[in-house]
Design a protein around this ligand. Structure first.
Ligand SMILES: N[C@@H](Cc1ccccc1)C(=O)O
Length: 502
C-alpha cells in the first residue's frame, strides 16, 4: 500500500496493543503535532487506526486572580471596612466606608457588585450595611483562589463559573487524541508500506515546470486544530441597535436626532410634568454646571406650555394650580429620556410642522442617576417612538409592540396599567427572561394627553413609547446582568460568541 510519508511514519510509530497520544507520536516521528493529527485522521478514514479523544481542562489564575489570592477579594475589604464603621447596627455612608477600605478605581465597582450577591450586606441609595453573621473566612471564592494559587484543583463548577465570569481565572480546553492500529493496519504494516510523495504547497516551480500535473497533492484536513483569532467586532448592543433601526424603518418610521444635553423645558415641561413633580427633584437628573441654562426657547410655546400647566386645556381644563417658572424650565441637564426629542419634533421646532399620519423613532442614549445593579445602568439606550394619526387606540399601541418585538423572536409581551403625567392611558411592557423565567420590564408607553399635545399645536392622536434596548438584549441573549455587556466587568466570551441573528 502507498501512503503519504507522514502517514507511514505515524502508522509505524503507533501500536496495535495500546493507544498512543498524538504528542508521543509527534515525538517519535519528529513531525509537528498538527501534521500527526492530520495523518491520524487520514489513517482513521482508511480504517488503519482508531482514534479516541477527550477534552482536558486547565484552570489558570489571571493576574487579577493571583493578586486577590495573595491579598484578598475587594468585597471582603469592603465588608471589613463596613464592620469597622459599625454598619451592622445602622447603615453608614458608602463613601466613608469605601474611603476606609483602601479600595481604589475599578476595585470599588468590583467590590460593590459582589457585596450583596455574596451576602455581606446591603447597598442602597449611598448607604451600606454589613451582615454581622457573614464570614469572610468561609468565602468560597476566596478559598478557591487560594487553592488554585497553591496548585490545587477546583471542583465546584458554580464557583469556577463565577470566578471565570469575574475574569479571575481562565479555563483552557485542549483535545487529547490517541491512536491505536487496527487489524487492517497491522496487515498493511506486515505487507510493507511504500511512501507516496504528496505536495502540500503549490510553488511557482511546480507550475512553470509543468510538474504539478504528475504530483499527488495532500488533502485538506478541515478537522485539524487551528489557532483561534479574536479580531475586533461590532458590539452586540450596536448590532442590535442597528437591527432595531432597520425594523422600525421597515415599519415606516423616520429617525429623530437631537441633543444629549437639553433644557428641562423639552425634557419635562412640554410633557406636562409639573415643576414640583418628585421625578424632577428626585429623578436625580445630571444637571449641567457650565452652561447652566439654554439660551433659546420658542416664546409662544413657552406661553402655551405655561398656560397648560396652570389652567389645563379646553373649556373644562384643570391645570396644576402651582407656580410655573421659566427659569426652572431653561435649566440644562443630560436627558433622562429621549421623549425630549419627541417634544422637539412634535412642536415643529426641528423639521417644521408634521402632518399626520407620521411615525418617528430614535435609538439614543439617556442618562439617569440610578444605583448601578444587574438591571440598571446610569447610561442606557432608549428606543423612543411615536405615531401620529387620527383615532388611535390602545389596540394600535399593543399591536405595534407585538409586531415590533416579534421581529426579535419575542412573542409574549405583557402589559400592565401605569401612570405617566403625559399619557393617558399608560402601560408598562414586560417580557419573560429566557433563562430565569422572570418577568422583565422592557418599556413604558401610552397615548399622549391633550394637556401635552395642545400647547405643542398637535391636533390629532399620538401614541408613544420608550423601550429599553439593553433589556431587549437580555431577553434575546439570556444574560442576567447588564454589566455583562457594558463596562469594565463585561463578559468577553459572551460578547465574542453571541451571534446577532435577527
Ligand atoms: N419617557 C418614558 C417612556 C415613554 C415615552 C413616551 C410615552 C410614554 C412613555 C420613560 O422614559 O420611561
Amino acid at each position: 500500500m502507498q501512503l503519504p510519508a507522514a502517514q507511514v511514519a505515524v502508522l509505524e510509530a503507533a501500536s496495535a496493543d495500546e493507544a498512543t497520544f498524538v504528542d508521543a507520536l509527534a515525538e517519535a516521528t519528529d513531525l509537528p503535532p498538527e501534521t500527526v493529527t492530520g495523518a491520524v485522521f487520514e489513517l482513521e478514514a482508511e480504517g488503519l487506526v482508531t482514534v479516541s479523544e477527550r477534552v482536558d481542562e486547565t484552570i489558570t489564575l489571571t493576574d487579577e486572580g493571583r493578586e486577590y489570592a495573595e491579598i484578598e477579594l475587594p468585597e471582603i475589604s469592603l465588608y471589613e471596612a463596613a464592620l469597622e464603621a459599625d454598619a451592622d447596627d445602622d447603615p453608614v455612608s458608602m463613601g466613608q466606608v469605601i474611603g476606609a477600605s483602601g479600595l481604589e478605581g475599578p476595585q470599588v465597582d468590583i467590590a460593590l457588585s459582589n457585596y450583596a450577591r455574596k451576602g455581606y450586606g446591603q447597598i442602597d441609595s449611598g448607604e451600606i450595611t454589613a451582615d454581622p453573621d457573614a464570614d469572610p473566612a468561609s468565602d468560597e471564592e476566596a478559598s478557591a483562589l487560594q487553592a488554585l494559587a497553591a496548585g490545587e484543583g477546583l471542583d465546584d463548577a458554580e464557583v469556577r463559573d463565577q470566578l471565570e465570569r469575574r475574569g479571575l481565572l481562565e479555563i483552557s480546553e485542549t483535545t487529547i487524541r490517541e491512536a491505536t492500529v487496527t487489524d487492517d493496519g497491522v496487515t498493511e504494516l506486515m505487507a510493507g508500506l511504500e511512501t507516496a510523495e504528496t505536495v502540500g504547497q503549490v510553488t511557482p516551480d511546480l507550475l512553470t515546470g509543468g510538474e504539478w500535473e504528475d504530483v499527488e497533492f495532500a488533502e485538506y484536513n478541515v478537522e485539524a486544530d487551528a489557532e483561534q483569532f479574536e479580531g475586533g467586532r461590532v458590539h452586540i448592543l450596536r448590532q442590535t441597535a442597528d437591527r432595531v433601526k432597520d425594523v422600525l424603518v421597515g415599519m415606516g418610521f423616520q429617525e429623530m436626532e437631537g441633543p444629549h444635553v437639553d433644557a428641562d423645558f423639552w425634557i419635562n415641561d412640554c410633557l406636562f410634568m409639573p415643576q414640583d413633580h418628585p421625578a424632577r427633584t428626585h429623578w436625580d437628573r445630571f444637571a449641567l454646571e457650565q452652561p447652566t441654562h439654554i439660551d433659546d426657547l420658542p416664546e409662544e410655546l413657552v406661553t402655551d406650555v405655561e398656560r397648560a400647566h396652570k389652567e389645563g386645556v379646553g373649556p373644562d381644563g384643570e391645570g396644576y394650580h402651582s407656580p410655573w417658572d421659566e427659569d426652572f424650565a431653561r435649566a440644562l441637564a443630560l436627558r433622562g429620556h429621549t421623549t425630549s426629542l419627541s417634544t422637539r419634533y412634535l412642536s415643529g421646532e426641528e423639521i417644521g410642522e408634521i402632518e399626520p399620519p407620521a411615525r418617528f423613532f430614535s435609538v439614543e442614549k439617556v442618562y439617569r442617576n440610578d444605583t448601578l445593579d444587574p438591571t440598571h445602568l446610569l447610561e442606557f439606550f432608549q428606543i423612543e417612538g411615536w405615531v401620529m394619526a387620527e383615532d388611535l387606540s390602545v389596540r394600535d399601541l399593543m399591536g405595534t409592540f407585538e409586531e415590533f418585538y416579534a421581529q426579535f423572536g419575542i412573542e409574549d409581551i405583557q402589559f400592565k396599567p401605569h401612570y405617566n403625567p403625559y399619557t393617558e392611558p399608560s402601560f408598562e411592557l414586560f417580557g419573560t427572561h429566557p433563562t430565569t423565567g422572570e418577568l422583565v420590564e422592557i418599556g413604558n408607553s401610552g397615548i399622549f394627553r391633550e394637556e401635552m399635545l395642545e400647547p405643542l399645536g398637535v391636533e390629532c392622536d399620538v401614541m408613544a413609547w420608550g423601550l429599553a434596548l439593553e433589556r431587549l438584549l437580555m431577553l434575546m441573549y439570556g444574560f442576567e446582568d447588564i454589566r455583562d455587556i457594558h463596562g469594565t466587568l463585561c463578559d468577553l466570551e459572551l460578547l465574542r460568541e453571541t451571534e446577532v441573528t435577527y
